[in-house]
Ligand binder design. Sequence first.
Ligand SMILES: [Ca+2]
Ligand SMILES: [Ca+2]
Length: 218
Amino acid sequence: MTDRGKAGCSESCTPGLAGGVGKRAEEAPRPAPTQHRAKPQFATALLVALALSGGRAAAEDLWLLVKTGDQADASTDADVAVKVVGAKGETDWIALNAVGDDRQKGHLDVYHRPLPAEVGELRAVQIRAREESKRPKSPNWFLDHVTVYLGEMPADVRKLLPGPKVKDKGTRQRLFQKFEDAVTGLPGAKALKYEGWVEPGKYSERGKDKEWTVVELK
Ligand SMILES: [Ca+2]
Ligand SMILES: [Ca+2]
């Protein structure tokens, strides 16, 4: 997929994490213990954050692990977005575009985004897809499954993710698979099978919102 249209992957994505782990902007390094002067700033930032949140619990994180099948032509260059549907509500569409190529044949892509709203217990995810240009190269997509986890990822699982220095695609995929195996063992994680072709909506410069193909996994 091209990196055109990075709505869900702006400054919150870490360059070099091909395959796609977004890093949240608020995960700034904490001041080193010796930097005592930085502490008041940190405390102020915390107070501001609490004030902005109105005292409510912060919205959760969304972790989405998307597996493309290994059939011929399974990969896609289409624009893809996700909507999370929960017992208390649903999100808007969240674009899924990792740095580098996503949704390659047989690949697992890992997306990490802040959830813009609390949705309660997970009920379903919807995926929408649309051709990214007038002459798409390989639009049809075999979506195998999506693994969803809402909330803070335990540190011992998160550390399984390869860092940006791991460039080799095969190695990254093996590590992503280990990560997924661990995530699926967490309470609340859901592995949602699809195992079918998604034919993206036709690219259109007019009436864009009507051209999406939407599928639901639950
Ligand atoms: Ca294809
Ligand atoms: Ca991409």
